[in-house]
Design a protein around this ligand. Structure first.
Ligand code: ZN
Length: 723
């Protein structure tokens, strides 16, 4: 899709204080115009509106697009572009009257009567038709406006959204008869005969009509549940494809995007309220993206710098692997509020730093959420760029400055590319699905393992891709090292691909119980299974839970790493044990043809996250360095605290370089930044700061380009163009 070399930096805006997905009638064009002129004058080059089905079709086949039409007419005159977010989950209530069998049904059998959301199940054929008509009529109105630039067809795709059904314990969706029918059709394609399904699920059904979607975990087998999870992952992706195709029938010209709530590597897909797999969803749209709320509410907020890196780089990878541009669909602007839970305060440096963090990960669109704080609902007073009364503050000015910088230098920011990744972290969605079946409450274990692994590379300035398990058959030779977090379920083809990568000279480090079971949940004959015991040169004897942190000494490497949560010990075959627990091997290295495999009998990333032991990171760094992964920069501190600096590089077609410098602490610092000349194979003479005025001095030594005397305030971000 041609993005027309435009890099949108927008802010979400609803007239008269309306919060998404609610739509207000326009009472005063002047008032709306004034708001939009204010937003434009701050520097934003676009604005993001929304429209919902409830407003569009208040009675069956009676249509009202007046608000969106008026908003776009205002913007047409103001020379600013518009993006339109579509909501079908905010649905008119006559749907329940006319199609009572279209209500979402929880696994307990409880039906969900829609309030302001979550609307109705689009597996119902009539609901589906109405949604199609809504999308196409909306497209006719919207696409005719000159200012219109792009669609976002689905915000944070889930089966049920914008409602938390607290009176049901752990709800799963959707078990209505139409969704179950769709599931059975899916099963028929997979198994072909009822006997084959009976064999797989351990059932005695006489016909397909008797098949019921699984609702819980039973002792005997969870192949049924794995099918249900996979069905829902694919269903959400197919529904996204359907929505995109429906819009494109009327408007084949404009960009159609969608964005996740958070990268799918963070969660368990396919059950609960139902999320999907970013790598599947990005296939369906012109542009894929994510929401990004580093100071949301919740126990794991605020996100630490490397947690932000994982969220952004995982989303970026899901886009790049499918050849799609990456946007931030929602970028936090203000205080996180969800009911009685409050996040950390957000300041003007946060809204700037988060934007540049995204740009440094190849984001080509930023959409700040939202202009005004939420005026009602359980996020009331949260998430606004301006003050409650609409007046401007430092955050609004700061976000506007980011927009201005990007707009003025659009050619640079639209064409910049992060340094190619030399290291990959495997996203094995089979393990996330298995966790659900093993009754884990979340994907925390895998997430934390990824966090620690990522941190090790981030500190070296080394870019990391998240490699989807389905992409293990692509060309992996660009990766010098592949890190495999807690990868408990694996299929044969993926195991073969991992072996092939190592045999051809690659290096892998795998944590915990790799290939404990196959992708259908059945136990492998050895652990590591699927022939991987040969790759790792060891076989697991047992795995136990650790009640407290345990130290593992790696004598030769002069490291003492922390083991947390789980510990596996091994019988060594062809490998070499390099760490022990009570004299039993825990970490084993093995040379396999031209490559090397390291089996770590604990969770090295989790160990770092839970203890802060940097030796856990050093183990990964040593391995990367041995494989020729080079540290991309060195910092020489002149004054202050430079411990939490993050430096990232992007290259431009001209050969020039963007250098993003993030100070993640609250204290100021001054330092020299040395970049080895062989990283870019060229010398540089000049560094211009793009987001502040002025330039800094550049010195050249035989081995390094040195940007000297960089002075930063706490929380500040600097973006240099190195020429
Ligand atoms: Zn349903």
């Amino acid at each position: 899709m041609n993005l027309k070399n435009f890099f949108p930096v927008s802010v979400w805006y609803g007239p008269h204080r309306s919060r998404a997905p609610m739509v207000a009638k326009i009472r005063s064009i002047q008032e709306v115009e004034k708001d939009i002129i204010t937003i434009k004058s701050l520097g934003f080059n676009s604005i993001r509106f929304w429209y919902d089905w409830a407003t569009a079709e208040p009675k069956p086949d009676e249509w009202d697009f007046s608000t969106i039409d008026t908003l776009l007419s205002i913007v047409d005159k103001l020379q600013i572009k518009a993006i339109v977010q579509v909501y079908t989950d905010s649905a008119p209530n006559w749907v329940e009257r006319d199609y009572p069998d279209s209500l979402f049904v929880d696994r307990s059998g409880l039906v969900i009567h829609s309030q302001a959301s979550p609307g109705y199940c689009s597996d119902h054929p009539q609901v589906r038709k109405h949604i199609e008509t809504f999308l196409q009529k909306l497209a006719e109105v919207v696409a005719s406006h000159e200012s219109f630039y792009a669609w976002d067809i689905w915000s944070e795709p889930h089966i049920v959204q914008w409602s938390w059904i607290d009176y049901i314990k752990d709800p799963w969706f959707c078990y209505c008869k139409h969704s179950q029918k769709r599931f059975v059709e899916w099963l028929k394609k997979k198994y072909r005969t009822i006997d084959a399904l009976n064999d797989a699920w351990y059932r005695k059904h006489a016909s397909w009509e008797e098949v019921i979607a699984p609702r819980y975990v039973s002792l005997s087998s969870f192949r049924d549940l794995l099918d249900w999870i996979q069905f829902n992952i694919e269903k959400i992706a197919e529904d996204l494809r359907w929505k995109v195709a429906t819009i494109k029938k009327v408007d084949g010209e404009h960009v159609v995007s969608s964005h996740a709530a958070i990268s799918s590597v963070y969660g368990i897909p396919g059950i609960g309220y139902g999320a999907s797999d970013d790598w599947k969803l990005s296939e369906m749209v012109d542009v894929w993206g994510t929401s990004f709320y580093p100071k949301h509410t919740g126990s794991w907020m605020p996100l630490k710098p490397h947690h932000m890196g994982v969220a952004l780089d995982a989303s970026r990878s899901s886009c790049e692997s499918r050849g799609k541009p990456f946007w931030i669909g929602e970028l936090q602007t203000g205080h996180g509020v969800t009911g009685m839970r409050f996040g950390e305060p957000v300041d003007e440096k946060d809204v700037e730093r988060w934007a540049w963090l995204a740009v440094s990960r190849n984001a080509k669109g930023l959409n700040y959420y939202a202009w005004l704080p939420m005026s009602c609902g359980y996020e009331v007073s949260g998430f606004g760029l301006a003050e409650y009364d609409g007046s401007i503050n430092e955050r609004a000015i700061s976000a506007g400055r980011v927009a201005k910088t990007i707009t003025e230098k659009m050619e640079i920011f639209a064409s910049a590319k992060p340094l190619a990744a030399e290291v990959a972290i495997l996203y094995n969605i089979e393990s996330h699905k298995a966790l659900a079946c093993l009754r884990a409450e979340s994907a925390e274990l895998i997430r934390k393992d990824m966090f620690g692994m990522y941190r090790a590379m981030m500190d070296m300035g080394v870019n990391v891709d998240f490699l989807h398990i389905g992409d293990l058959h692509s060309d992996l030779s660009k990766y010098k090292l592949i890190l495999i977090p807690f990868s408990i379920a694996l299929d044969e083809k993926s195991a073969e691909a991992i072996k092939k990568y190592v045999a051809n000279g690659g290096t892998i480090l795998a944590d915990g119980r790799i290939a404990w079971m196959k992708e259908d949940g059945s136990l492998c004959e050895k652990i590591p299974g699927l022939g991987l015991h040969e790759l790792f040169g060891c076989e697991e004897l047992w795995m136990k839970e650790l009640k407290k942190e345990t130290n593992l000494v790696l004598k030769e490497k002069r490291l003492t790493v922390s083991a947390c949560r789980y510990l596996s010990v091994y019988r060594v075959t062809s490998g070499t044990a390099i760490a022990f627990f009570q004299d039993k091997p825990v970490i084993v290295e093995n040379n396999y043809f031209s490559g090397r495999a390291i089996m770590v009998g604990t969770l090295i990333g989790v160990g770092y996250e839970e203890t802060g032991n940097t030796d856990n990171l050093e183990l990964i760094r040593q391995l990367a360095t041995e494989r020729g992964v080079q540290r991309k920069y060195f910092v020489r501190v002149r004054s202050g605290d430079a411990d939490s600096l993050e430096i990232r590089f992007s290259t431009l077609p001209s050969g020039e370089i963007l250098v993003f410098v993030f100070n993640h602490t609250n204290s100021e610092c001054c330092f020299d930044l040395s970049i080895p000349k062989n990283v870019f194979q060229r010398a540089f003479e000049e560094a211009t700061c793009l987001n502040r005025t002025g330039s800094v001095a550049v010195e050249s030594t035989p081995e390094f380009t040195v940007i000297t005397d960089i002075a930063m305030d706490g929380g500040e971000t600097l973006v240099f163009l190195l020429q």
